[in-house]
Design a protein around this ligand. Structure first.
Ligand SMILES: [Zn+2]
Length: 287
């Protein structure tokens, strides 16, 4: 089951930045963008919840006091990782997975103990899962794929939120490879991921001087790559197509945007329609 959490702050940010809506492509007010790109941004970023059964309670008295960064070592997106973690047979999870677009899937609530670090020790204390938040970053992990600006942007926002929320010292933001036992058991995050860039961003957020490297607001209409599908019986509305191909009926709005020639209501089986192969940051949220 998936559901969306839209924080009041995000709603106000979205309202304030006047991102173009799907129905009316208003020009973007750059003066409000400027306001959005500076200042303290420590609210929890929006997430899509894809609940994982792979968690347990944190031990009595365990305090969230570290963040462990991972790469997924997969080409798939955050939802694919979310689906993997949703399978009890996986026996693994992370609290969050950050997609290449900056989109976040939350698999385990922060207060619970997710299963991401395995045998581990950090600053002399074992079983890092007990007291950490695990964040997966979508990347193939062999050094061949750059981590995207949108990923860094989201990580900076997410880590800043966690640091503020749980008073986590910055030297307790670490990588799986640095805490795995025995040493060398894990290689994530890959060498081409810069923890320092995240730390610098978090420091700037805390200082109120953060400048987003992503100079534009989330592009609701920037849907990215598409593919063509043939409408089958039983998939004859945008909502049904979205449910079938994109996991969530709210994404019907993207399909509608891509297919202005097709009227929703009842789409004849056999009709060819375009659907997104990826999804843009906030595409399903900024409605
Ligand atoms: Zn890992």
């Amino acid at each position: 089951m998936t559901r969306f959490i839209l924080t009041p702050l995000l709603l106000s940010v979205l309202a304030a930045c006047q991102a173009p809506t799907l129905l009316s492509q208003r020009p973007v007010d750059t003066s409000s963008l400027q306001r959005q790109s500076t200042g303290l941004r420590v609210a929890k970023p929006p997430v899509e919840v894809m609940t994982s059964p792979n968690f347990n309670e944190r031990p009595e008295g365990a305090k969230i006091s570290a963040i462990v960064l991972h790469h997924t070592a997969m080409a798939g997106d955050a939802r694919e990782t979310g689906r993997f973690f949703a399978n009890p047979k996986a026996g693994a999870s992370a609290h969050f997975t950050v997609d290449r677009t900056g989109y976040i899937v939350e698999s385990v609530p922060e207060h619970l103990r997710s299963w991401h670090a395995g045998r581990s020790e950090f600053q002399g204390v074992g079983d890092v899962n007990n007291y950490s938040i695990g964040i997966e970053i979508c990347n193939v992990g062999d050094g061949s794929e750059a981590y995207s600006d949108a990923q860094y942007e989201t990580l900076i926002r997410l880590v800043s939120y966690l640091v503020k929320q749980y008073q986590i010292p910055l030297d307790r933001i670490t990588r799986h490879r640095d805490v795995a036992v025995p040493a060398g058991r894990k290689i994530d995050t890959s060498n081409n991921f810069s923890v320092q860039r995240v730390l610098n961003g978090v420091k700037a957020v805390m200082a109120g001087t953060y400048q987003s490297p992503v100079q534009r607001p989330p592009q609701v209409l920037n849907i990215g790559d598409t593919r063509e599908v043939v409408v089958q019986a039983g998939q004859t509305t945008f909502a049904l197509l979205a449910e079938m191909h994109l996991d969530h009926e709210t994404r019907a709005i993207e399909i509608a945007h891509l297919n202005p020639q097709v009227r929703d209501g009842f789409i004849l089986p056999g009709t060819r329609v375009k659907i997104p192969t990826t999804y843009a940051l906030f595409a399903t949220l900024a409605r």
